[in-house]
Design a protein around this ligand. Structure first.
Ligand SMILES: Cc1ncc(COP(=O)(O)O)c(C=O)c1O
Length: 441
């Protein structure tokens, strides 16, 4: 059977309809970009919350039993987005005290929250223990020691996972579990085994299993499934060596999305079918029958549901190869420059009669890095046009450099059931100035 024929009949076939992107027929989340820009100004991020809900459902519908989804808040920590994901019924993965505060304000049950990330400060661990979150992923023996002391002081027993080191260079797009390399994330396997042993007598931590993030933005279902399978195998070996039981495996995020025309989306039906096969094999194994698996997608759930909308301030250069300068750039969307990965661009609200040209599109910052594309085929842009940078619902607002050149931040707008609401007003440079101090030496 080919992937194509499977897609129609696999679980989730219906649920995966209409999950592709926020822009359709020149409208964003069904609304007129010009009306959105008129109401909220530019630049702004627009998020289609209904689309986020459909993407959650599309993924959930293909997952076998014993799999849970925790939204990686780092992808989009806007309170209204996070709260919407809570209403969609997923858990949350936080990486800092600030993200913990966000999910608690968004109404998440603490038990549905996980904390993962290198360099967690004592105050962050203490806040997580105090809140009673579901589990903390411990990244090193040193962190385990600090967490035990914190849990002891709070009179609590904290559930934990241990994080295994994996290949660090996400751009390699490989999923490779490293047995013996010390790196920024997690522990090499031998250290992890020793750390697991050290937890067995602890009154203040309870080891549930292991965690490993494979690689970012994987659109190959087989690689994702391979990562889950490898991790469960390693978790089972660790459990056997340490006399513990493997109850939970967290395979991190990394579910990918297309960023360029021609890239295929992740084949959800295939992902579901292959994970289903794995689950069936675990179900016939007494050691693994009770085990749960958590996936922590960020990008997959929210990326395609967001667009960054900016206005063309100036157009220069020859008509055949114009350079359009927008009223926002890498101060709001750093990702294209950060990892040299272009996003799709769209000229919105044109009259439809323009010639197609090879255009450069750049932001207003005083650095050559502030360029979205040097060669996009677009309707010839004019000053005053609106442009959208697509697939910016993840790692957009949150992964940028808003202070460079002291421009206003982008506003954020959520759309539900055809209604647009401001969810984060733009922060003006004067507000940031008001917080500064000149001691007048
Ligand atoms: C521990 C962890 N979980 C989940 C994610 C989310 O990854 P993605 O948005 O690629 O799914 C990340 C991303 O850096 C991560 O570090």
């Amino acid at each position: 059977m080919t992937a194509d024929t499977d897609a129609g009949s696999a679980p989730g076939g219906a649920a995966t309809a209409g999950i592709d992107g926020i822009l359709a027929e020149g409208r964003l989340a069904g609304l007129s970009p010009a009306a959105l820009a008129e109401e909220f100004g530019t630049p702004l991020f627009v998020y289609d919350l209904d689309l986020i809900g459909r993407r959650v459902e599309a993924l959930r519908s293909v997952l076998p039993h014993g799999f849970r989804i925790a939204f990686a808040v780092k992808a989009n920590p806007s309170l209204a987005v996070v709260a919407h994901l809570r209403r969609c019924g997923v858990g949350a993965d936080v990486a800092s005290g600030g993200e913990l505060e966000t999910v608690l304000r968004a109404g998440f049950e603490p038990a549905a929250v996980a904390m993962t990330g290198p360099g967690k400060r004592d105050a962050e661990l203490a806040a997580a223990v105090e809140a009673g979150i579901g589990f903390i992923t411990v990244e090193s023996p040193g962190e385990l020691g600090r967490l035990q002391a914190i849990a002891a002081a709070a009179g609590k027993r904290q559930k934990i996972l241990l994080r295994l080191a994996v290949a660090e260079d996400a751009r390699l797009e490989t999923v490779r579990i490293i047995g013996g390399v010390e790196g920024k994330f997690g522990m090499p396997l031998q250290t992890l085994v020793e750390t697991a042993r050290a937890t067995s007598a602890s009154e203040h931590v309870e080891l549930l299993g292991i965690h490993a993030f494979g690689a970012s933005n994987l659109r190959d279902a087989e690689q994702l499934v391979g990562h889950v399978a490898d991790l469960v195998d390693i978790g089972r070996r660790v459990a056997a060596e340490t006399g513990t039981q493997l109850r939970l495996v967290d395979a991190g995020g990394g579910l990918g999305i297309p960023y360029c025309d021609g890239e295929l989306p992740l084949d959800l039906a295939r992902l579901g079918r292959r994970l289903g096969e794995l689950r069936a094999s675990w179900d016939s194994d007494a050691d693994l029958r009770q085990m749960e698996v958590i996936l922590e997608p960020g990008r997959f759930l929210v990326g395609p549901a967001g667009a960054y909308v900016a206005r063309v301030v100036d157009v220069k250069g020859p008509d055949s190869a114009p350079v359009a300068i927008l009223d926002g750039g890498i101060n709001h969307v750093l990702r294209p420059a950060l990892i040299q990965s272009e996003h799709r661009l769209a000229v919105l609200a044109t009259d439809g009669l323009r010639a197609m040209v090879h255009a450069t599109v750049a932001g207003p910052l005083c650095t050559g890095l502030d360029v979205f594309t040097t060669d996009a085929m677009l309707p010839r842009p004019r000053a005053g046009d609106l442009m959208a940078v697509l697939d910016t619902g993840a790692y957009g607002f949150t992964e940028s450099m808003p202070f460079f050149l002291s421009h206003p931040t982008a506003a954020e707008v959520g759309v539900r059931a055809g209604k647009a609401r401001l969810i984060r007003p733009r922060i003006m440079p004067t507000e940031l100035l008001d917080r500064q101090i000149d001691p007048d030496w």
